[in-house]
Design a protein around this ligand. Sequence first.
Ligand code: ARG
Length: 203
Amino acid sequence: GSLVWDDVVLTAAHCQGAPFDSGVLVGPYILNTLSSDAEFIDVQRQVPHHSYDSITEAYDFMLVKLENPVINPNLMPIAVNSLKENPMSNDVLTVIGFGTLLEGSSNWSNQLQEVNVNYIDYETCDSLYNGDIVDSVMLCAGVPGGGKDSCQGYSGGPIFDQQGTQIGVVSWGLGLARENFPGVYSLVSGARVLIDATLSHIS
Ligand code: ARG
């Protein structure tokens, strides 16, 4: 997930449940490791998007309300894109997360990983995925030939532009880093009204 308010984390609805039951570690670079710049905060509640559809994965968003706001001023919330315009085709986006590094592998990296991928426009991606991309709530990103992608375990994490504004949430993909099967992300601009409404309600 990503911190979007001092006491709210934005993540994926399909991550709902156990991963958030105990609490959230905000700011670690090493998985499950409480360093001096990370804080462990209990979770008050999980609010999945009311339109989340686990078959199509449309509206794969969830807000997680923390019991307390972060204290460390270095743990700053990320800006969340509110512009209806999507990124431009081929714009560089950065995705970060913890998880596996290869399709089919069960080796998890404990180090926070980061990779740059290119935005792929809706029409191109929807034809690659045979019509499974839900316009206005999903976006795709990958590189020609494959080989760079978010991976298993990255779900719920942010993909952001070169200004550091969050554009999407890691959601799904066919395999990992396959040619012509880019990563699919929930498009935050498609849920911005709901995110704002929920934020003002719960935070
Ligand atoms: N669903 C996966 C997770 O729960 C993320 C998969 C992302 N797939 C991709 N090809 N980018 O961690």
